[in-house]
Design a protein around this ligand. Structure first.
Ligand code: SAM
Length: 367
């Protein structure tokens, strides 16, 4: 087993080389102490600060449908959950969410939902292009699951810039313990590569502490992410939902999630990494700690309050009762409390070579 000092050596190596081999990652992730974590966070936070300063990007999340044709074992809006109260937002309601969000300073809208074929491609193209026309200065992010190359192409041509599609787990066997056999591990990966080919800024990611997840599975996740080189990485703890087959599994740990955020920041220094709502659900200061571990994005909810509770992926989800303005205000003061500020900015991924002058400007502003 690795001693504390060895773990520091591994963290230093990761900081220097931006990757470790599978054995080293496994050692780092096994039995780390709070002191090891603090050591990692001191590095990962400094790396994030050197790229982004004290600026935290916000994304306005619009959860526009909780209908889903899939039956993922972990998810509260899975097809098989007959207790879920279903809803859909129409184009006008989605545009109203964007209008409210724009007023509040959001310059990225994330349209997220279950995989809901009720929205035809023509409808989606119409929604995306209407947002694009009304808000030419905003980024449009989609998170609507697995589609064909041609569908992704249509959405891209209509004006979508980014796509969030967590790979969920990079281990094939583990994938089929989390998903029914009718779903496909290969297809999910194919989607991510297609999205990259089409020029989307792509977000991959996984749940921490999902049932049967091993340290080796997490190592495979990290190595897959290194290979894919996504512009965004979303990770959050698995949290059980009472009406799913995984109701009795324990939630993932905040500390492991934070440790992985720190590792990801050292692996992908300029990536966009959110401090997720799920992290804020398992720990009252989860999002603040996420930022201090190296995250640089928060995603407050812009969905109408009337539907918030229905987008119930897991139990006890936070921020389901407040108006968008309250959410933004709350997050603003949470970030202020740790010395960071929410910015009015699209918050695009910027390649490192281009980022250098920005880093220099941030450094000069701090001095
Ligand atoms: N349908 C789209 C997709 O498949 O990417 C987007 C919606 S899906 C509900 C968004 C993410 O929620 C999933 O990628 C999954 O990682 C996360 N999620 C679902 N159930 C969860 C749970 N019980 N705990 C934590 N995260 C969960």
């Amino acid at each position: 087993m690795c001693t504390g000092t060895d773990k520091r050596g591994l963290i230093d190596k990761l900081h220097r080389e931006r990757c470790l081999d599978a054995r080293e990652f496994a050692e780092l992730l096994t039995d780390f102490t709070d002191e090891d974590a603090q050591y990692l966070f001191s590095k990962s936070r400094a790396v994030a600060d050197s790229f982004f300063g004290k600026r935290i990007y916000t994304r306005g999340l619009i959860e526009f449908t909780n209908h889903c044709k899939n039956n993922c074992f972990y998810c509260g809006i899975r097809r098989g959950n007959t207790a879920a109260e279903r809803y859909r937002l129409g184009k006008d309601e989605i545009l109203e969410c964007c209008a409210g969000g724009y007023e509040l300073g959001f310059r990225t809208f994330v349209l997220q939902g279950g995989e809901d074929p009720w929205y035809s491609d023509d409808m989606l193209v119409d929604i995306i292009s209407s947002i694009r026309r009304s808000y030419p200065d905003c980024a449009i992010t989609l998170s609507i699951g697995e589609r064909t190359y041609e569908q992704y192409k249509k959405y891209r041509e209509a004006g979508a810039d980014r796509y969030l599609l967590r790979h969920e787990t990079a281990n094939r066997e583990h994938y089929y313990r989390l998903h029914p056999g009718e779903m496909s591990y290969e297809n999910r990966r194919r989607c991510l590569y297609d999205l990259k080919k089409l020029g989307y800024q792509v977000g991959a990611g996984f749940m921490v502490g999902s049932p049967w997840q091993t340290v080796d599975n997490i190592v495979e996740d990290l190595l897959f992410i290194k290979e894919l080189e996504p512009e965004m990485v979303g990770i959050g703890p698995f949290i059980p939902h009472h009406d799913t087959p995984f109701a009795s599994f324990p939630a993932g740990e905040a500390q492991m999630t934070l440790f992985l955020i720190g590792i990801l920041r050292l692996m992908l220094p300029n990536a966009l990494i959110p401090a997720t709502t799920a992290l804020g659900t398992v720990h009252p200061r989860g999002r603040e700690l996420g930022i201090l571990a190296g995250a640089n994005v928060v995603m407050p909810n812009l969905s109408p309050v009337g539907v918030r509770k229905k987008y119930s992926l897991y139990d006890n989800k936070i921020c389901t009762g407040e108006e968008a303005a309250e959410c933004r205000h709350c997050l603003q003061s949470r970030m202020k409390g740790i010395g960071y500020e929410l910015v009015v900015d699209r918050g695009d991924f910027v390649k490192e070579a281009v980022q250098e002058p920005v880093k220099k400007a941030v450094k000069e502003a701090v001095q």
